[in-house]
Ligand binder design. Structure first.
Ligand code: ATP
Ligand code: MG
Length: 634
């Protein structure tokens, strides 16, 4: 095997930043910045100064009622003012804020000024429909400018948005609408997907029959399909009709730093999705300053995060982060491989995308089609690449680095969660990188790897990932479920630390390697082994495209590994390949990696955000009920 693909558990390659990255970087000294971040209150307070506040905070962090932390206490501000309105007074006024592109090659551009007007008109509409500060408004919309406009319109008047990913079904929608007690739902006729239009409104029509709090459905005419409107007057309205002639001035609501901004449900990888509540001030400071640190945003950047806005990555880094920094954010409506697996790279080339952020699942998927697609395009505009959502297998990292980043662009592997709101563990562009490692906690963040008793584990050993100090964009509670908030996140491990629910280890340089979710971790003859490590070794084999592993009961070892493998074209899981894979695993992981069974599959169960759901595989294996499957991709 060539050096490129010889991945390892003990990955020892280090990639230093290209000199052009260092020259341009706002932060040139990573270690010094981490040092500076040790005084975390002061560090985040300094970041808060980049925004407009109607009234300054009295206190940076209030820890008097743990784990209900408060940031920027008594500070008054407004998200939309900072993300949109304040730019109108600057030379960014006529700069493109949102560049919308779809799979049909259509585009729409909104400058900051245009966005400001649209948001104001929409905010006025919401008020006219009876929405007041604190009311919940739901959105079930595709990736389109109206989704961003609606979110910002809510924030402008103090309404709480709850965006529901538009691929979720009726049942999932009902549950989330009722949990959030939404008064209005904003939807669209449909969305473009692989050359077809998928209808959305009929799903909403069916759902709201079971949602007593919904008073009005607002429908965005987004595609060219016919839609049936109900004849109950006043209950259903077209977005365009509503904003027609609406005033483009709207008063900005003064929000307390701790006023709710949105409710968003987690991906459901490990269980029933949780309604995560984020507030205004800390979230604003956290998302903007982390995006600035990790992707070194400059004037003239074209930022593209491929996540759907229906997930936290979309909230923090498609919508709020980039707009708060006054950059241009690209919204893409479409699949990564339609009409062909080069479509993303064609967009990078056409518009000159400079910073690109996606998920490992997409990289693994596109890798399967080989490098001929990216090779067709000029990707020289790219400066920094990133990943989020799952561990990035070193094999995929190297492919991304070579074929997309052309060995010039650092890969920013960002660890964070719906709950954390913002990046917590990630490199900066100047950080020396190791493929597969999320490197170190960001400046201002303190994390550690500990055992059940909260004691730090020795270097190299796996343990529970915990965050030891509060951070500004942290969630404030689970909506309607304070008890679960306390028990799931703050009680699992002693010491008042935040338990992330992931396992990780630290290497001798202090670099962190995420091993997988604690619920998924394998326990073989007393050794805890992360799913990520085993799967990465499988993926490093030339015959394997994707892998998911679970523990399977074994009378002697307690547990052995059962692997579900998607093979690359032209490979079959025959006796010879099974033997070879076993040897490969033993060689890379040592004798602890005992394989009980390997099966070849065509697909793996994934969440709609693209994460492998090992709990479904486990339930099937044990003939159990799989639990909540509302976010399972079909
Ligand atoms: P649920 O909490 O409902 O089970 P989820 O945890 O998948 O769903 P998210 O908040 O979208 O919901 O995802 C956060 C999780 O994703 C992290 O806890 C971690 O397991 C994984 N993750 C995110 N980024 C990374 C990364 N860079 N490397 C490894 N794992 C990551
Ligand atoms: Mg989670």
């Amino acid at each position: 095997m060539s050096k490129d693909t010889s991945v390892l558990l003990e990955e020892d390659r280090v990639f230093k930043p290209h000199y052009t990255i260092v020259e341009e970087a706002h932060i040139k000294n990573w270690e010094a910045e981490i040092e500076k971040g040790k005084d975390h209150e002061k560090y985040w307070e300094e970041k808060a100064r980049m925004f407009d506040w109607f009234k300054k905070w009295d206190m940076v962090l209030d820890e008097s009622n743990k784990p209900f932390y408060k940031w920027f206490v008594n500070g008054k501000t407004n998200m939309t003012h900072n993300a949109v309105d304040r730019w109108i007074e600057t030379d960014k006024r006529n700069q493109v804020a949102i560049l919308y592109v779809n799979e049909r090659g259509e585009e729409r551009k909104l400058t900051y000024y245009e966005l400001h007007r649209e948001v104001n008109r929409t905010a006025n509409v919401l008020k006219r429909l009876g929405i007041r500060k604190g009311d919940a408004v739901a959105m079930y919309l595709p990736m389109c400018p109206e989704l961003v406009i609606s979110m910002l319109a809510c924030a402008k008047i103090g309404a709480v948005h709850s965006v529901i990913y538009s691929g979720l079904s009726v049942g999932a929608l009902v549950e989330r609408l009722n949990d959030a007690k939404a008064k209005i739902i904003i939807t669209a006729d449909g969305t473009y997907r692989r050359g077809k239009v998928i209808k959305l409104k009929p799903i909403v029509d069916e759902a709201i029959l079971q949602c007593p709090t919904i008073e009005t459905t607002v429908v965005v005419k987004h595609t060219d399909i016919e839609i049936e409107m109900s004849d109950i007057s006043g209950r259903e309205m077209l977005f365009d009709k509503l904003i027609e002639g609406e005033d483009d001035e709207c008063e900005t609501e003064e929000m307390d730093a701790e006023d709710p901004l949105f409710i968003l449900y987690t991906s459901g990888s490990t269980g029933k999705p949780k309604g995560v509540l984020h507030t205004t001030g800390g979230y604003m400071v956290g998302v903007a300053s982390t995006l600035q640190m990790t992707f070194d945003i400059h004037n003239g950047d074209l930022w593209w995060c491929t996540a759907d806005i229906g997930w936290i990555t979309g909230h923090s880094y498609v919508v709020y982060g980039p707009l708060l920094l006054g950059t241009t954010t690209l919204l893409y409506e479409g699949a990564p491989d339609y009409p062909d697996p080069g479509v993303w790279w064609s967009i990078v080339e056409r518009y000159g995308v400079t910073k690109f952020y996606t998920a490992p699942t997409a990289i693994r998927h596109l890798m399967r089609f080989g490098d001929k697609h990216p090779r067709k395009y000029n990707l020289k505009s790219l400066k920094i690449l990133g990943t989020v959502g799952e561990p990035t297998n070193p094999e995929a990292w190297i492919w991304y680095y070579k074929n997309i980043g052309r060995e010039r662009c650092p890969i920013i592997d960002t660890w964070w969660q719906t709950e954390t709101g913002m990046h917590l563990i990630a490199p900066l562009p100047v950080t020396p990188l190791k493929p597969g490692s999320v490197t170190k906690p960001l400046p201002g963040i303190e994390a550690d790897i500990v055992d059940e008793n909260g004691k730090p584990v020795p270097l190299g050993k796996g343990g529970f990932l915990v965050i030891k100090k509060p951070w500004p964009a942290m969630f404030r509670t689970l909506f309607n479920d304070e008890e679960r908030y306390i028990n799931v996140y703050w009680k699992q491990i002693p010491g008042g630390v935040y338990t992330a629910g992931d396992m990780a280890r630290k290497d001798e340089d202090g670099y962190i390697w995420i091993q997988g979710r604690s619920d998924d971790v394998l326990n073989i003859a007393g050794h805890r082994i992360g799913t990520a490590e085993v799967e990465s070794v499988f993926v490093a084999h030339p015959a394997v495209a994707e892998a998911a592993v679970i523990g399977k009961e074994d009378p002697i070892k307690g547990e052995v590994i059962k692997a579900f493998l998607i093979l690359k074209k032209g490979h079959q899981l025959n006796a010879a390949l099974i033997e070879e894979l076993k040897r490969h695993l033993r060689h890379e992981l040592g004798p602890v990696a005992v394989i009980g069974e390997m099966v070849q599959v065509e697909q793996l169960p994934k969440t709609r955000s693209g994460k492998i759901m090992r709990r479904i595989l486990r339930a099937r294996e044990e003939g159990r009920d799989p639990g909540d499957t509302s976010t399972l991709e079909e």
